[in-house]
Design a protein around this ligand. Sequence first.
Ligand SMILES: NC(=O)c1ccc[n+]([C@@H]2O[C@H](COP(=O)([O-])OP(=O)(O)OC[C@H]3O[C@@H](n4cnc5c(N)ncnc54)[C@H](OP(=O)(O)O)[C@@H]3O)[C@@H](O)[C@H]2O)c1
Length: 310
Amino acid sequence: MRFKSLCFKEDRQITNLTLGGQFSLPGTSISIKRLGYGAMQLAGPGVWGPPKDPDTALAVLREAVAAGIDHIDTSDFYGPHVTNQIIRQALHPYPPELVIVTKLGARRPADRSWQRANSAEDLTAGVHDNLRNLGLDVLDVVNYRFLGTRHGLEEGSIAEPVAVLADLQRQGLIRHIGLSNVTAVQVAEAQAITDIVCVQNNYNLAHRDDDTLIETLAGQGIAYVPFFPLGGFSPLQSSILSTVAERVGATTMQVALAWLLHRSPNILLIPGTSSLAHLRENMSAGELTLTPETLAELDGIAAMASKAQH
Ligand SMILES: NC(=O)c1ccc[n+]([C@@H]2O[C@H](COP(=O)([O-])OP(=O)(O)OC[C@H]3O[C@@H](n4cnc5c(N)ncnc54)[C@H](OP(=O)(O)O)[C@@H]3O)[C@@H](O)[C@H]2O)c1
């Protein structure tokens, strides 16, 4: 029987999913499923304002958690504040196993742009905003999201904001600290200040700048959580991906997620969706096994993407 008919029922709730198995965040008592959910798509267009379909947004969150997802990625700069408020409305009081990971380091002024917000004042206010909007007394994991002067990774010290988060951790407002949009140098700089449990960077089948960083973090037991696992604002498209998906009886997005789960055991997934059918499709990807030959074939996508860029 083909994969799709085995476990992907887009028109009804699915049960008994493994969600990629468990991963323990280093030095913590937190063990979560490798397949989680990213809440950014629940805000309105341009990650601004309320969702186009509020009832479906609530249903997506409730079904994700009912199906066993215990890791939700969010931020107060989605909306702003909107996704945190929807998470609270949908799921509060939270099940004890649910880990909500939020991020600080940016703000959204009225012109809808993304501006750096990394002073001690910004970060402290950001922690209190997240606590209030999520209805929590303490945040499980806070990622410091570095926003450089341009899109993408950029070197530059992150010591000051990470030290502020470490101080907020000592005050009992944050349990664990992670990083986002950072280089290997910045990870090492932060680790000299505090323990880092996860790193969230742009990575997927076609965008593999972090191959080496993933290995380094795996060696330290640190989670690597790709953002844009499906390509983000322009979902992945590739003839290789389509051919493989057709052959294994899955969708292209399921293959893209399964490839990430096979790529390294420290990779955790937070695919974003505002659709129940896509949520079901994505959650089923944890059941898809890819052969070494298929994985090698999929590795060709990054080479083609990089050739197309040059
Ligand atoms: N740290 C950072 O700087 C950063 C940056 C960006 C994102 N993030 C986090 O990472 C999470 C994931 O990133 P993302 O949501 O931007 O991108 P993504 O997961 O790569 O892709 C989301 C896009 O793919 C579509 N999609 C999802 N499942 C699909 C499926 N099965 N078939 C077809 N299309 C599908 C979604 O549309 P539909 O809604 O129609 O399904 C949406 O347009 C976010 O939700 C957020 O929590 C972090």
